[in-house]
Design a protein around this ligand. Sequence first.
Ligand code: FRU
Length: 468
Amino acid sequence: MSNALQRDLVRLVRRIEQEDGPRAAADPFRQRFHLMPPVGWMNDPNGLCRCGEWYHVFYQYGPFDPTGGVKMWGHYRSCDLLHWEQLPPMMYPDQPWDIHGVYSGSALVEDGTLYLYYTGNVKFSGDYDYITAGRGHNTALAVSRDGMTVESNELLLENRDYPPDLTCHVRDPKVWAQDGKYYMVLGARTKDDRGELLVYESEDKRHWQHINTLTTKKKFGYMWECPDLFCLDGQWFLQCSPQGVKQQGNRFQNVYTCGYFPLDGDFRGEYTLGEFEELDCGFDFYAPQTFADGERRVLIGWMGMPDAPYTNPTVEQGWQHCLTVPCLLRRDGKRLLRMPVPEIDALRGKQVAPEDASVFDMECHTKKQGRLVIRGSAVIEWQEGLLRLTIDGGGAGRTVRCVEVPEVQTLRVLADVSSLEIFINGGEQVLSTRYYPAPYTHGVTVFGAETKIWEMGSLQITKQQDVK
Ligand code: FRU
């Protein structure tokens, strides 16, 4: 299945990756153990799944412009989450229903086939606000049997099929199979600016019926992006990335937030949503998606933040953003704990002294009060239950983030070349952030903690250019 536009886009992406790839790859801020775009822009992880021996990670990819541009689905796959193949994009904006962007979505795996549900973005020209008019958000399905090429792509739902009280913003389908049926959640913005989730049901993966709407009693933001709904160890969780939630003390410090509600009852009928918990309190974490990997539930997020007041100097080298490391979710009552998947431990090399640490994995047992200063740029300080992260030089606009837990007892810090992921108390709270210390600097100063530090190796990424 291809058309002239797709054939041209395939060639253009290949050419821009060949021409601009070496400059991005030579950037001293290029990460070692995080997935990044080969060139240009990356945002949300999409279509995360395991299909046979392969893990697939698709992502919002804008190869022509490191500050955004038209989105397609970039593609990596791996057998072990450590060795990755960079494949050509899976989907290009080449259909009438996705001509201005193949937006976010998810994968359903059945009999070795990938069913990729996504939002096709269309922007009409004219004098529109692009919220209540002028935009098409279409739900579409692309099917791939070989996991590398799309053999059919069809439009399933358009704006006129959604409930009438909604704006044009209805997107990011997450689909799964349950009880002999298929379910889909879509994030939505109502005409009176409330965020909510539409629940759809289908018998055949193609015809969908709206069966319920999930929202809070009191308005919580104006749009819920990138929804996910899953059951972990007997408890349902509704995860989403709400826009428009105002800061409350140390909560919701970023322009957009991201977290989950525990859901009791039945998402298809009577339900209640519990207290919203943030999934991350750092500067750069948004639009995460989870997938079932056997008994495990794995989460990958985008280590970025849309419309943030801070930037990334990598734009000058023609690329921007990365994904988080894959994390394992565990349930603790009505809360989620998030820690790196154990596969990441295989990247640990020799143990190093704090003064030699640069790209590392660190485990700390903390005293009541303490401080870590990483590469002269990031300061992590805690006292009892309050932890503060200050980016003090090299923050590209990032300043301070605080998080509260009952008591800081342990920390695990994954420090890549230009990012930090800080896991408190086995994943009770996490802070993910990009930072830009002077290239090649090293050294961690430690007060109030017993630490073990391992130097970290790199993901192995090979390029499979000529599949299409
Ligand atoms: C979240 C998001 C999604 C949308 C995608 C477009 O970051 O705005 O809602 O599908 O990015 O790239």
